[in-house]
Design a protein around this ligand. Structure first.
Ligand code: FAD
Length: 469
């Protein structure tokens, strides 16, 4: 009798404890993935992530075939889909990788009641959330002690290579064709920029890690904040879909220590870990502020402001560049995420959840842990957040992290000819400079939709009024 390997956000063959265990049973292995209703508590995927999933599953199916196996596609909900497969194949066990933030115990109990063994494995994180506790035996709520503690733990196990061969059943169960799943946006061809920017799949993830280690890691500590620089790994969507595991990255980077770049990079991987551990504690993190006093905050209802932000038409060049980079490529630089997020929440006083939802729909790396955790950090309502009164000035942020304006010129071509001096605040440019650059405010490019100084005062007042101060 075969075993089922249920695949979700672990779309790889190397460093895959559930796959290793499935092969070690010596029985035929049936890899299966289930679309939608994925598991009862998971969020439906956003548009950009659906595009990614399509490419990732196609790559995984090819990699499985190269090892004598096959990927079976079934429609959800999960429970009946798994039950049907168990009936059809006589499978005696279901193996899967744990997903932080989803309660999988009821499913495991249900399978046990059917006489089927449910076996759950780690691999999505460096350390399982239950194993990282303070001295008082509570979960960590603050990053720095969490990160220090992580470094005192045994390192995560060294990753295992992909199996050379995966035993196949004599008869494969029926499944859907990937082309029939509603994952690819066809018209308008919104995914054109995604296709031009990314290659989903395990092989591409491995190549990206290698390229980063060779070319950018040494300078990561100094270059990671430069908006126009290609100074970060861009591994986020690959990590999100589990095409590469954090333990693979951890060991590859640790092997190159000491290096300030490597230290700084591992710390960011630590933030990913921290966000996932928080999600494990607070599965409703995308909706509920971690600091309860923010529940009463008087957010503004401003559909025009929200639309201007989403479309990259706020009149603040660095914010608009960020939002357009997101729309075109499904990804945004981390510094830009902080700037654009702060602008929505503090300058426009719009609920962080509206921003979180937009990112969820448009990011290829939309992550149920990192996205709400980071938005709560930006809004000041997270567990270990920037204090609310620290309001980013979008002009100064632009001048500091994009001093030549290269990032703005790339994503806001209307401003491309404006001298660097004015590029982050075109409304301050003298009329002849604007004329020469072909910029007409409110015609070719919007005038700022808010006055930053006044908006800052308004945000601080709202903060004080809500009792959050
Ligand atoms: P690198 O700098 O190369 O970092 C390596 C890896 O570390 C990343 O791939 C990521 O997995 C992790 N990482 C880096 N920075 C952070 C961070 N601040 N918090 C948590 N993990 C981090 N990241 C997501 O993966 N998905 C999201 O949906 C997401 N939403 C965000 C929303 C906002 C408002 C903000 C401010 C940040 C968000 N981040 C999110 C975190 C961060 O911006 C991205 O992980 C990073 O920009 C991805 O690019 P990279 O892979 O080149 O990162």
């Amino acid at each position: 009798t075969p075993v089922l390997l249920w695949l979700r956000r672990d779309l790889r063959l190397a460093d895959h404890p559930a796959l290793t265990a499935a092969v070690a049973t010596g029985r035929p292995v049936i890899p299966v993935t289930i679309l939608d209703g994925e598991d009862e508590s998971a969020r439906p995927l956003g548009g950009a992530a659906r595009w990614w999933l399509h490419g990732s599953l196609a790559a995984l199916a090819r990699d499985l075939e190269a090892r004598g196996s096959r990927l079976t596609l079934r429609r959800g909900p999960v429970r009946p889909a798994l039950e049907a497969l168990i009936r059809e194949t006589g499978a005696e066990a279901v193996l899967w990788t744990r997903r932080p933030g989803t309660d999988e115990a009821p499913l495991a109990d249900h399978l046990a009641a059917l006489g089927v063994t449910a076996r759950r494995f780690g691999g999505a994180l460096l350390h399982e959330p239950e194993t990282v506790r303070t001295r008082q035996d509570t979960p960590f709520r603050v990053f720095t002690p969490f990160w220090k503690h992580l470094q005192t733990l045994e390192p995560p196990p060294r990753p295992r290579a992909a199996p050379d061969h995966i035993p196949a059943p004599t008869v494969w169960p029926a499944g859907d064709a990937l082309a029939d799943w509603p994952l690819r946006p066809e018209a308008p061809d919104w995914a054109g920029g995604l296709r031009a920017t990314w290659t989903p799949g395990e092989a591409a993830a491995r190549d990206r890690l290698e390229a980063f280690l060779d070319e950018a890691m040494a300078g990561y500590d100094t270059r990671r904040d430069a908006l126009a620089d290609d100074g970060t790994s861009r591994l986020s969507p690959h990590l999100c879909f589990g095409e590469i595991g954090p333990r693979q990255i951890w060991h590859a980077v640790r092997d190159r220590l000491p290096s300030a770049g490597a230290e700084a990079f591992l710390r960011e991987l630590g933030w990913r870990e921290f966000c996932h551990h928080l999600l494990h504690q607070h599965p409703a993190m995308a909706e509920a502020p971690l600091q309860a006093r923010f529940a009463r905050f008087a957010w503004r209802d401003d559909p025009d402001g929200l639309r201007a932000w989403q479309r990259g038409m706020t009149g603040f060049p660095v914010v608009d560049a960020a939002m357009r980079q997101l729309w075109h490529t499904g990804w945004m630089h981390n510094r830009a995420r902080m700037i654009a997020g702060s602008f929505l929440v503090k300058d426009l006083l719009i609920d962080w959840r509206a921003g979180e939802h937009w990112f969820w729909d448009t990011l290829v790396d939309a992550c149920p842990a990192n996205n709400p955790c980071s938005w709560q950090w930006v809004a000041g309502c997270g567990a270990d957040a920037a204090p609310y009164f620290r309001v980013f000035n979008p002009v100064l942020q632009g001048e500091t992290f994009d001093p030549e304006g290269a990032y703005v010129r790339r994503w806001v071509p209307e401003l491309a000819s404006l001298p660097s001096r004015w590029i982050h605040a075109p409304w301050r440019a003298p009329a002849p400079a604007l004329r020469e650059a072909g910029v007409r405010l409110d015609e070719t490019y919007p005038a700022p939709i808010v006055d930053h100084a006044a908006a800052r005062t308004r945000a601080l007042a709202a903060f004080a009024d809500s009792g959050s101060g």
